[in-house]
Design a protein around this ligand. Structure first.
Ligand SMILES: Nc1ncnc2c1ncn2[C@@H]1O[C@H](COP(=O)(O)OP(=O)(O)OP(=O)(O)O)[C@@H](O)[C@H]1O
Ligand SMILES: [Mg+2]
Length: 250
């Protein structure tokens, strides 16, 4: 018996004018799997994420979340169904404290604003959840710090907390350690690993140390096509991957 994947891409295409950027991608991510999408600059990785998260519409093909088609839905509708995308700092309210930022995302996930009676129950619930989230992303000591005053890696940790606060079970992370130095990247990678335990993860990452630390499986995207997908060992041994990366790895 085959399980319904948490996330499935089916014959996905995207063209901008005459240029085809995503050329028939099929990909399945099982619940709890951690997959890295790697590939050269301009391969179409971010475009693929935009198609999944609803920030761009596929030209053809389908995206399914737990079996349900989400193609053509708005990003907020997709987020409500349990798929969250971690953007750069733009998700963070700089003039709110760390605690307030996390509380906003928790309240949103609990349906804040939908009904007064639901809100009364939610507020009690939200405090506990916000405190748990602070611990989970290692920011308990900075609860009252304004988000704008956090060092870079901790801003990204806050952003991860906001993403987790939405309650999503499928997370997309696009180059989570971009712009970090070695020690920040190591700190943040370890944090992602523990904070996202049990979640389904799809990440785009150029740093192979980060990929090795976070991913169970790797999909290689070259010129809009998946040329290999499997365990890190299988992908490394794949001749097509070696050819695509020839000169890059050397
Ligand atoms: N809105 C757009 N309109 C036209 N072309 C686009 C658009 N978005 C992306 N592209 C093109 O599509 C191709 C893939 O871009 P994309 O950003 O998805 O690559 P990427 O794999 O994420 O690259 P990187 O590793 O540099 O982040 C590039 O050639 C890019 O110029
Ligand atoms: Mg990109």
């Amino acid at each position: 018996m085959t399980r319904t994947p948490a996330l499935a891409l089916e014959a996905l295409h995207k063209h901008f004018g005459a240029t085809e950027v995503v050329c028939g991608v099929d990909l399945s991510v099982q619940a709890g799997e951690r997959m890295a999408v790697i590939g050269p600059n301009g391969a179409g990785k971010s475009t693929l994420f935009n198609l999944i998260s609803g920030h761009a519409r596929p030209s053809a093909g389908a995206v399914r979340l737990h079996g349900r088609s989400i193609s053509g839905l708005q990003p907020f509708e997709i987020a409500r169904l349990g798929l969250a995308r971690s953007f750069q700092i733009s998700n963070v309210f700089p003039q709110l404290s760390v605690y307030e930022n996390l509380r906003c995302s928790v309240l949103w996930s609990l349906g804040y604003g939908y009904s007064f009676w639901r809100l009364v129950g939610s507020l009690r619930d939200a405090t506990g959840r916000t405190e748990a989230l602070l611990e989970r992303v290692g920011l308990a000591g900075q609860a009252q710090t304004l988000a704008a005053h956090l060092p870079y890696a901790q801003q990204r940790a806050l952003e991860l907390g906001i993403t987790l606060g939405s309650g999503a079970d499928v997370l997309l992370l696009d180059e989570p350690t971009a712009g970090m130095n070695r020690s920040e990247a190591a700190y943040f990678t370890a944090l992602i690993r523990t904070a996202t335990a049990g979640k389904t993860l799809l990440l785009v990452e150029h740093d192979m140390d980060v990929v090795a630390e976070l991913a169970d499986t790797i999909a290689v995207l070259v010129q809009g096509r998946i040329i290999a997908c499997g365990t890190p060992q299988a992908v490394r041994a794949n001749p097509a991957v070696q050819a695509a990366y020839l000169g890059v790895a050397a």
